[in-house]
Design a binder for this molecule. Structure first.
Ligand code: HEC
Ligand code: HEC
Length: 316
């Protein structure tokens, strides 16, 4: 609503009562929107900035490619100087609803998370101090960080804007979501519905891959065979009960986020489901240890998993 000024005569004196005479509140709201957008843009710039890495070759986006739902299509991502990341690159959508990060699930905020790849020897091999040396006087960054935070680039501006950008990445428009909203208009076929029933009821996959994001966001063990170098969360906590636990990956956009598991050991969903149908290690949860999945059921599960692809997100 436009503001208005009222002029009211009172005891012969013309008193001017200024009632909501300025546009102040609207300006404040607009400024806030501008700042939020400026912060997002700063984060987006930094996300694609190769100078975050020691030798200026690797950006966050190198390992988290938008068209691949922010994964990178290889078992283990390429870091600086021909080195290889320790694990498979996970998706980065719907992060705003998560509270534990990394396969170990030991990092509690996106702001702190950003420091991990930046400082990791195999990934970016750099430091905040080194990055500030390169970017602080850069005209583009200077302008953008002043728009967002009204000050020069510093550690907090880097971590905060990267986190803000990632919180805007949401994927909630798959065929399955459309079906949920309006099953008549967007029906699933018989095979997909059979797969849904297996996923939700028969095999209780949903107990770990919980809706709405098809992850409960927690470290769990699906009984995967461990290699000597990676025992999952145990690596971070040293507790026996954490052996074999990895943060449950979201199954949204699963059709395109191959290869699968923390080390990218499986290339196809068929291989993943053959694993679930077969032998599990003792650290696996009771739920998965009881699985007997026929090849027909595997086909139905895959048909259902394919409905979780959000093409609008991938092309945004
Ligand atoms: C060399 C490849 C590589 C680069 C560069 C990289 N990442 Fe990652 N990212 C990974 C891998 C691998 C993991 C899983 C690490 C683990 O669990 O030990 C990961 C995990 C994450 C996670 C946790 C996701 C979750 O669901 O728990 C976030 C968030 C993230 N990266 C954001 C970033 C940001 C922001 C940058 C840039 C500052 C970045 N990544 C740079 C490979 C990379
Ligand atoms: C006890 C919890 C649990 C249950 C139950 C479970 N999963 Fe998982 N799932 C996980 C964990 C943990 C991972 C990641 C393991 C790793 O990275 O090594 C995973 C990984 C996956 C992946 C690969 C995801 C990726 O991006 O790499 C798929 C696909 C999958 N599960 C499907 C299923 C299906 C289908 C079922 C039911 C038949 C199921 N899961 C039941 C915990 C579970």
């Amino acid at each position: 609503m436009k503001s208005s000024c009222l002029f009211i005569p009172f005891f012969g004196i013309l008193l001017i009562i200024v009632f909501s005479c300025s546009d102040q509140p609207e300006v404040v709201v607009e400024e806030k929107v501008d700042r939020v957008e400026a912060e997002r843009l700063l984060g987006q710039l930094l996300f694609h900035e190769r100078r975050l890495s020691k030798d200026n070759t690797v950006s966050c986006a190198a390992c988290h490619i938008a068209e691949l739902a922010f994964t990178d299509g290889v078992p283990k991502s390429a870091g600086i100087e021909g080195r290889t990341a320790f694990r498979n690159s996970p998706t980065l959508f719907n992060m705003k609803d998560q509270s534990l990060f990394m396969f170990d699930g030991v990092i509690e905020t996106l702001e702190i998370q950003a420091l991990s790849p930046i400082q990791d020897h195999n990934e970016m091999g750099s430091s905040i101090a080194e990055i500030l040396g390169k970017l602080k006087e850069d005209k583009v960054y200077k302008k953008q960080v002043h728009k967002a935070y009204g000050r020069d680039l510093d550690a907090q501006a880097i971590t905060q804007s990267l986190a803000a950008f990632q919180r805007t990445l949401t994927s909630t428009d798959s065929r399955y979501d459309l079906y949920q909203k309006n099953p008549k208009q967007y029906p699933l076929n018989e095979e997909e519905l059979a797969g849904k029933k297996l996923f939700m009821e028969t095999f209780n996959c949903i107990s770990c891959h919980a809706e709405p994001h098809f992850t409960n966001g927690k470290p769990e063990s699906n009984g995967i065979q461990l290699t000597t170098e990676d025992w999952g969360r145990y690596r971070a906590t040293g507790k026996a009960e954490d052996k074999g636990k990895f943060k449950v990956p979201s199954l949204r956009n699963i059709a395109i986020t191959h290869p699968y598991m923390h080390d990218g050991r499986f290339t196809t969903l068929e291989e993943v489901l053959r694993f679930y149908a077969g032998k599990k290690e003792a650290h696996g949860s009771e739920v998965v240890r009881g699985y007997k999945i026929t090849t027909g059921e595997q086909r139905q599960l895959i048909a259902f998993l394919n409905t979780l692809t959000d093409t609008s997100f991938l092309t945004k």
